[in-house]
Design a protein around this ligand. Structure first.
Ligand code: SF4
Length: 302
C-alpha cells in the first residue's frame, strides 16, 4: 500500500492523475478554510517532520510502473504543499523521469509572494492557485489564514509569478453561500484576475462535507456570477467523471475514503462491481459509514 500516492483519479480538466500527498499523516496548512474537506486544524507556517525526497520519489516510480496511463502527476498535501521544504528538489527530480506527463501543483497561493516559492513553482507544468476573494474582510472570514499570510501580498505575488511563468496558471475560486457570492465580490475579483491574467479560472462551490457549517451556492448562482469574469476562460466545476470503472482493493478503498468522503455518484462512476461489494463488506463490518450531507449520500470511514 502506498503512503504518499493516491489515485489514479480521472478529471475532465486534467486527465488521469496520480496524486502525491506530501503530508499523509495529518493536515498541515497555513489556511483553515471554512469549506475544507479535511477537519479544521490550527494553521501553521512550517511543515513538521517533512519526508525525505527519496522516499516520495521511490513511491512515485513504483506507482508510474503500476499506472502507465497517467497523464498528470499532481502534487498536493493534506494541507498546503508549498510548506514542504524540499519541494523544488522533489519537482526537479520528478521532471527527470516524468516522461511526457505533466507536473501539476494544487496550492492555496499563500506563499506565492516569496521569491523562492516562485522559483520552485516554475518547475511545474501547471500551477493551480486558490483565489476565493480579493476583499481582506471576506478572506479573513473564509480562508482563515495564518497570521503570516497577507492577501495583498498574495495578489501581488500572483501577478509577479504569472509574469514569469510560461506554462499553465489556473486560478480556482470556491464560492460559499452568503460569504463570497455577491456581484460586488465578483466585480472586484474580475479586476484583479484581469491583472493576473491566468490561463483559466475554475469556479466551483462546496460539493462534499466541509470542516465547518457552510453552504454551497446553486449551479445557477455560479453561472450568474461567472458572467462578471471577463476575458479569461472559465470553467464551472461540476463533478469529475471517471473514464472507466476501476477495481479497488479493500486497503485502497479505505485509503480513498480516509482521504475524503466519496459521494454515491463518485462510487457509481469509479467503482467496478467487485469494489462495490468490498465497500459493502466494509459497511457491514462498521469500518465505513453512510452520511447524508444536504441531500447527497457520502461514504466515509467510521
Ligand atoms: S487551503 Fe486547502 S487544505 Fe488548506 S484549509 Fe483550505 S481547503 Fe483545506
Amino acid at each position: 500500500m502506498f503512503k504518499f500516492i493516491f489515485g489514479p483519479v480521472s478529471s475532465r480538466r486534467f486527465g488521469l492523475s496520480l496524486g502525491i500527498d506530501l503530508s499523509p499523516d495529518k493536515k498541515q496548512c497555513n489556511f483553515d478554510c471554512l469549506y475544507c474537506e479535511l477537519k479544521g486544524a490550527k494553521t501553521i507556517d512550517a511543515m513538521q517532520n517533512p519526508t525525505p525526497v527519496k522516499e516520495i520519489i521511490d513511491e512515485i516510480k513504483i506507482a508510474l510502473e503500476k499506472y502507465p496511463d497517467i497523464d498528470v502527476i499532481t502534487v498536493t498535501a493534506n494541507g498546503e504543499p508549498t510548506l514542504y521544504p524540499h519541494l523544488k528538489e522533489l519537482a526537479q527530480q520528478i521532471n527527470t523521469f516524468k516522461n511526457g506527463k505533466k507536473l501539476l501543483i494544487l496550492s492555496n497561493g499563500a506563499l506565492i509572494s516569496d521569491k523562492s516559492i516562485q522559483e520552485t513553482l516554475l518547475e511545474f507544468d501547471i500551477v493551480k492557485l486558490s483565489l476565493d476573494t480579493v476583499t481582506p474582510k471576506v478572506f479573513k472570514k473564509l480562508d482563515r489564514a495564518h497570521k503570516s499570510v497577507n492577501l495583498e501580498r498574495m495578489i501581488e505575488g500572483m501577478k509577479e509569478f504569472a509574469h514569469k511563468f510560461q506554462n499553465e496558471l489556473v486560478l480556482e475560486t470556491l464560492v460559499v453561500k452568503n460569504i463570497n457570492d455577491t456581484r460586488d465580490d465578483f466585480l472586484a475579483l474580475n479586476r484583479v484576475i484581469n491583472e493576473i491574467k491566468p490561463s483559466r479560472i475554475d469556479l466551483g462551490t462546496i460539493d462534499r462535507p466541509s470542516a465547518y457549517k457552510v453552504l454551497p451556492v446553486s449551479f445557477e448562482t455560479l453561472e450568474i456570477l461567472s458572467r462578471d469574469i471577463e476575458h479569461i476562460p472559465l470553467v464551472i466545476i461540476k463533478r469529475n467523471h471517471a473514464k472507466s470503472k476501476k477495481e479497488f482493493s479493500p486497503d485502497e478503498i479505505i485509503q480513498l475514503l480516509r482521504r475524503r468522503p466519496q459521494s454515491a455518484e463518485d462510487i457509481e462512476e469509479l467503482f467496478d462491481e467487485k469494489s462495490k461489494m468490498r465497500l459493502n463488506s466494509l459497511l457491514d463490518r462498521g469500518e465505513a459509514d453512510i452520511v447524508n450531507a444536504a441531500g447527497v449520500i457520502f461514504y466515509k470511514i467510521s
